[in-house]
Each structure stands twice: as C-alpha cells, then as structure tokens.
Design a binder for this molecule. Structure first.
Ligand SMILES: Cc1ncc(COP(=O)(O)O)c(C=O)c1O
Length: 381
C-alpha cells in the first residue's frame, strides 16, 4: 500500500468486539490473566498497551520499518536510544540539531561517559573526518533546526555501514511523507511526534522506528525498563493526527514555498533559508532527497534584535511560540527561544543571529499569512 493509505489505516482494524472504526483508548493500566502468565499479549501498560500498539504499527509502516516504538516525548525517545551505547562510546552529531537534543547529549550523557563530536555534517567529508575508532553512532537531523541545512542521508549511511556504525536520523522536520531515512540506509529514525505527525499542537510525544530486529529487541527492553512511555490518550491523538499527515504536509509545503518566494523579494529581509528555493546551497540535494521542501522557513530580518522583536510582537495570525508542525502558523526567535540552551559562541558559529526568525508555516489561507507578516515588517520599521 502507498503511504497515503498507510497513514489512514496502518496498524488499525475495526475493533473485533464492537466494530468501532477508531482504535479505542485503552485506559487500563493492567490486564486480567486467566492464570499466572495466561495473558493475551498485554500485562501492564508501561510494557504494552493496545492503543500504543496501533500507533507503533502505524509509525513503522509509514517509515518503511518493521518495528515502531512510541515514547512520552521526542527527548524521551532520544534518551532511550542513547541507552544503546556504553561509556566511552563516541557519537558524531550534526552541529545544528534541536537545542534540547544538544543539551541532552552535552549536559546529560556526556557527564555519564558518552563522547560526542558535533560537526557540520552538511559538508561532504565532515563525517569521515569526525570518526574515531570508538565511534558507534551518528545522529543527524535533516533539514536541520533552525538553519535548515541538509545532510545527505544516503552518503552518511554508506560511511556508517562500512564501519558498522548506527546511523540515527531525527526525521521530525521532514516526516515520512517527504523523506524516508530507512530507505536511504539509516539504522533507525527518531521523531518528536509533538510536531507534524500529531499536527495539532495538543500532544507531546516521541517515536523510534527501525527495520533491524536486534536494535528493536534492545529498544523494546529499554522502553519498558526506562519507562518513558506515552499515555493511551496521547497515542490515540497522534494516531488520529497521522490520518491527515499527507494532506497537511502538502498544504504546509505549498504555503511555505509561496511565503519563501515573497520573503526573498522583500527589502527588509536580508536572507531567506528554505530548501525549496534555488538560492539554498543544497537545493539540488533537497530535490533528490525530499519529495517536497517542508513547511519550515528561517530568515534574517535586517536590523537585528529590536526589529525582530517588534515583528514577533505585532503578528497575530502567526503565534509567537516554540514548537512547530501544527496546523496553525508559528513564529519564533531561535536565539531567545528554542536555541537559548546552545552556548552564544556556538550560536554565532551556526549563524543563529539576533535577526534570525523561524516560521512554522501552517495550513491557513496564504494571503492572511502574508498580510500578517507584512504587518510585522511594518512594525519593525
Ligand atoms: C527536530 C526535533 N527533534 C526533537 C525534539 C524534541 O522533541 P520533544 O519536544 O517532543 O521532546 C524537537 C522539539 O522541538 C525537535 O524540533
């Protein structure tokens, strides 16, 4: 089946006892056993829950993997994945990952003995130059956040496969509708389902999908042992959100392309970063690796912080908020908001300047969105 059909149906059958089309929300924490050990696949809801099972199967199908695992947040998914490694293992990480991922690796796992090298993996041979004999994993996002750099997943997978290194791709920004890392050779895919997969800004959740049985067996053990699992209501909401993922992504991309083009021609805008523009340094890779360029745009407003602040305080259709990927448009200032945990010197190196603004373009009417941005630019002077 094709991905649009999988989004609606994968992992879900009408409920055998009632015929209910929508997967029930199994709010039970425990399950009756006929006798000790005589259960029907469910014993305790941290270990397994039927609503979570449906979501996990759906996620696995969408990413083209064999197994999915759902978590309480994207950070919970990343935390569980990091427990695949041992002290002194070395992991190469793209230098432009989500600030919370950077914080998790740098401030939580580094003191526990894991070693990390943060490198600009969009540069062709940066990955090979960052490898050490102890390298066991590579973690990347593409497009990156917030600079929207692209990393060639297939090329990275080739390097990793030759050395038995696990390639982990955070596919939150692209979603499996636009890019499927497992098809390109990644070992596992990570998501913050909080974003496009759920799509309605009413759940915090995470996921991992893999096609490798051994990795899944260990992660399944860790999912239960660590216990950072999502509640059944959250699983239901993400599953419901995914049913329209393909429709929403098409509209997010359509609106984002139109806004990026208009921003590029605006006198108050110094630079627009969007993989769908010919001016993006990796536009060719975007066309090869992604079905469409996504709904995220970063741009630099001339005049620095004061003007950026005036713009963010004036817009009304765009909500000034962290997060991304919901049906509603959001606007944020990475240096003050999402990437405040990244040290100032690192921000400066990455290009996260005081004039940088990030948009999560929603599915509203394009003219309403543009008029709103123009209001913000007028207030910025
Ligand atoms: C690309 C990316 N990965 C992971 C995360 C972390 O996910 P969560 O906030 O669900 O823990 C985020 C959150 O913004 C993100 O943008």
């Amino acid at each position: 089946m094709r991905i649009e059909t999988l989004a609606v149906h994968a992992g879900q059958e009408p409920d055998p006892s009632t015929g209910a089309i929508m997967t029930p929300v199994y709010l039970s924490s425990t399950y009756a056993q006929q006798g000790p050990g005589g259960h029907k696949g469910y014993e305790y809801s941290r270990t397994d829950n039927p609503t979570r099972t449906a979501l996990q199967k759906n996620l696995a199908a969408l990413e083209g993997g064999t197994h999915g695992l759902a978590f309480a947040s994207g950070c919970a998914a990343a935390t569980t994945v990091m427990h695949l490694f041992r002290p002194a293992d070395h992991i190469v990480v793209a230098d432009d990952v989500y600030g919370g991922t950077f914080r998790l690796f740098d401030a939580v796992f580094r003191p526990m003995g894991l070693e990390f090298t943060f490198a600009d993996l969009s540069a062709p041979d940066a990955l090979e130059r960052s490898l050490r004999p102890a390298t066991r994993g590579v973690w990347l996002e593409t497009p990156t956040n917030p600079m929207l750099k692209l990393i060639d997943i297939e090329a990275a997978a080739k390097v990793c496969r030759a050395r038995s290194i696990a390639l982990m791709v955070d596919n939150t920004f692209a979603t499996p509708i636009l890019q499927r890392p497992l098809d390109l050779g990644a070992s596992l895919v990570v998501h913050s389902t909080t974003k496009y997969l759920n799509g309605h800004s009413d759940v915090v959740g995470g996921a991992v999908v893999t096609g490798d049985d051994e990795t899944w067996t260990r992660l399944k053990y860790l999912q239960n042992a660590i216990g950072a699992t999502p509640g059944p209501m959250d699983c239901f909401l993400v599953l419901r959100g995914i049913k329209t993922l393909h429709l929403r992504m098409a509209r997010h991309c359509e609106n984002a392309i139109a806004i990026a083009r208009r921003l590029e021609g605006h006198r108050q805008v110094e630079r627009v970063i969007f993989p769908g523009l010919e001016s993006h340094p990796q536009h060719a890779l975007a066309r090869r690796q992604m079905r469409a360029p996504g709904g995220m745009i970063s741009f630099v407003l001339r005049g620095g912080l004061a003007r950026a602040r005036a713009c963010l305080e004036t817009v009304r259709v765009f909500a000034c908020a962290e997060s991304l990927g919901g049906v509603e448009s959001l606007i944020e200032h990475p240096a003050i908001m999402t990437h405040a945990s990244v040290p100032p010197e690192t921000r400066a190196r990455l290009g996260i300047s005081d004039g940088l603004i990030r948009l999560s373009v929603g599915v509203e009417d394009i003219e309403d969105l543009w008029e709103d941005l123009e209001r913000g630019f007028a207030a910025a002077g």
